[in-house]
Design a protein around this ligand. Structure first.
Ligand code: NAD
Ligand code: MG
Length: 394
């Protein structure tokens, strides 16, 4: 029986994780659930899964939630509040696995704490890895933690790696990674029309049902840019050996090209419960609730080169990882600020890439060899991006 802590339990990945957990009550026990804002959902999850701990990251909502639990049938749940409490529950002795499913930089510290505590880290929170890079990978190695990718592409690549492979190693006989992308909702939209895209249009993803931030990232293809950096780190590969492939059907979730000419692909219906169940059961497998793939319904699959003119964010991610140092941290922070501004209708869709590019131009790729340097670069890049947004609107 394994204990699981779900960071970001109320989000899209968190909900899918609880769906898988509920299918395996003999294998998994929910030790802790965390959420930021959506406390009705957290309350319902507490009733259904009866964790030992519930964490409300945003302390403004803490007292009301404590009162609600105290007057509920699950009054023995310990309710904690604040960002530090996320680290407390991700390192508990009876937690074996931590699902890192907070969105954005807010997930870094509890995810890093889980790695340092030697947990099985089920990593959905790609921003945490992109911003901290080698520091995170080193923490995993030093503590002997097990890092299992949840991002569907990286989970697919992991599944296509040789037997005995662990994240962070170079698979010598693997010469290339083919990182697939759906291309998002604007793959065919005339470039001139992208200026007028609304938040609702941008979050309406054709293949995946996800949180708002990652949905916008998919529309700009910054999601693929972050995933490119994530893949360089997880699989210790050079960015030039990772080819992004647009595959609109989202049936192949990525491929590994071997020196003998074999190309291994992992396929399945686009449903995050497959990579979640894979990582939870690893090195075994168990049921995820995902319907079997109907290959006859798929019938055919298309593959295209990405257009970097249409998707400048992908180009910026290649530039950031090649420049190295703090630049991936800067890219990620500027993107988080720009996406939030877009969702709040303060900037246009096409401004997102401009804000990131102008922010990156203000930084030099200094070495990023400590957490302090990373956190400082993250803070500064957010300030710079906010200033640029102010300039765009003046
Ligand atoms: P979401 O917006 O649906 O959920 C985010 C979760 O994080 C919520 O539980 C929210 O309460 C919590 N949260 C938000 N801000 C917080 C803060 N400041 N402090 C603490 N908790 C906070 O997002 P999602 O779609 O589930 O994505 C989560 C992560 O997984 C992201 O990093 C995303 O890139 C990655 N991911 C998601 C998918 C997907 O299909 N949704 C696929 C691959 C990777
Ligand atoms: Mg992905």
């Amino acid at each position: 029986m394994k204990g699981i802590c779900i960071l970001g339990a109320t989000g899209s990945i968190g909900v899918s994780t609880l769906d898988v957990v509920a299918r395996h009550p003999d294998k998994y026990r929910v030790v802790a659930l965390t959420a930021n804002g959506n406390l009705d959902a957290l309350y319902e999850q507490c009733l259904a899964h009866h964790p030992e701990y519930a964490v409300v990251a945003n302390e403004n909502n803490l007292q009301a939630f404590k009162d609600r639990i105290a007057n509920s049938p699950v009054a023995d749940i310990k309710v904690l509040g604040g960002a530090k409490a996320l680290e407390t529950v991700s390192t508990l002795d009876n937690v074996d696995s931590v699902m890192a499913a907070i969105v954005g930089a807010a997930g870094l510290l509890p995810t890093l704490a889980a790695a340092k505590a030697g947990k099985n880290v089920l990593l959905a929170n790609k921003e945490a890895l992109v911003m901290s890079g080698q520091i995170f990978m080193q923490a995993v190695t030093d503590a002997g933690a097990t890092l299992l990718p949840i991002d569907s592409e990286h989970n697919a690549i992991f599944q296509c790696m040789p037997a005995g492979y662990t994240a962070g190693q170079t698979a010598k006989q693997a010469r290339r990674i083919l990182l697939t992308a759906s291309g998002g909702p604007f793959r065919r939209t005339p470039i001139a029309d992208l200026d007028a895209v609304t938040p609702d249009q941008a979050v309406a993803h054709p293949k995946w049902d996800m949180g708002r931030k990652i949905s916008v990232d998919s529309a700009t293809m910054m999601n693929k840019g972050l995933e490119l950096i994530e893949a360089c780190l997880l699989f210790n590969m050079d960015p030039d050996d990772i080819q992004v492939v647009i595959h609109p059907q989202s049936i192949i979730h990525s491929m590994v090209d071997y020196v003998d000419g074999s190309v291994l692909a992992q396929m399945g219906n686009p449903d995050m419960r497959t990579p979640i169940a894979h990582a939870m059961a690893w090195p075994e497998r168990f049921d995820s609730g995902v319907a079997p793939l109907n290959i006859f319904e798929v019938a055919h699959m298309d593959f295209e080169q990405p257009d970097l003119q249409r998707f400048p964010c992908l180009r910026l991610a290649y530039e950031a990882i090649k420049a190295g140092g703090i630049m991936p941290t800067v890219l990620n922070a500027a993107n988080e600020i720009a996406v939030e501004a877009f969702l709040n209708e303060q900037v246009r869709f096409t401004d997102i890439a401009k804000i990131i590019e102008r922010s990156m131009a203000k930084f030099t790729p200094d070495v990023a060899d400590s957490l302090e340097i990373i956190l400082q670069a993250d803070r500064q890049a957010r300030e710079v991006a906010n200033t640029i947004i102010g300039e765009l609107n003046s």
